[in-house]
Write a protein that binds this ligand. Structure first.
Ligand code: ZN
Length: 206
């Protein structure tokens, strides 16, 4: 398959993002997956089972908006969690999903949601202009049935409106944004804020 210039640009951004995310230790042992939306609505996404810190161009594939492979490669089992975010939010152009220690521990301590407020770094999230903000990140039970999990996320947003990210318990974090760069900024800020909350509340409250 001959990929478009748009695909190659975004694929390279995802490769670079993976190197950075891996340098932080947020995608151990081939976990996680990343994607970015092309102007034509198709999506560049990491191939299943590749180490996200050592991605090559061949490890990024093309799917359509309904998660069908367009190049014969096999996407991650979690692809539907990406495509449902793109369908819901026309402004979202990238989705990043790491399996970080902070997101995993946060789900063990805070159970159904973590509330982030009165942090200067909240301003790293698109649209937030003051530390006097309250951001709720919901935590969903892990589920190997991905369409069912995607449905749970949809229902939450139907009831509570748009969110910046969500955590899957004992698993990892999903966050998104208007570009790969913006999504990386969201990820880095959320990891810092989870870290603050974990240090504040400790890890022994099980
Ligand atoms: Zn995952």
């Amino acid at each position: 398959m001959i990929y478009t210039e748009d695909f190659l640009i975004l694929a390279n951004q995802l490769i670079d993002a993976g190197r950075f995310i891996d340098s932080k230790g947020w995608v151990p042992a081939t976990s996680g997956n990343f994607s970015a939306r092309l102007p034509d609505g198709n999506i560049a996404i990491t191939v299943s089972g590749k180490h996200k810190g050592r991605l090559q161009l061949d490890d990024i594939m093309l799917i359509d908006a309904d998660a069908n492979s367009l190049d014969g490669k096999k996407p991650s089992a979690e692809t539907v969690l990406h495509t449902s975010l793109y369908k819901r939010f026309p402004e979202v152009q990238s989705v990043l999903h790491p399996h970080s220690i902070n997101a995993t521990l946060t789900s063990r301590i805070f159970k159904s949601e973590i509330v982030l407020e009165d942090y200067e770094l909240l301003k790293a999230l698109a649209g937030i202009e003051t530390h006097e903000s309250r951001v709720v990140i919901p935590i969903f039970a892990n589920d190997q049935n991905i369409p069912r999990l995607a449905e749970q996320v949809e229902q939450y947003m139907n009831e509570h409106g748009a969110i910046y990210a969500y955590i899957i318990a004992g698993h990892g974090l999903y966050t998104w944004g208007g570009s790969v760069q913006e999504t990386l900024r969201h990820l880095e800020a959320l990891e810092f804020l989870f870290d603050c909350e974990l240090r504040l509340h400790g890890v022994k409250r099980l």
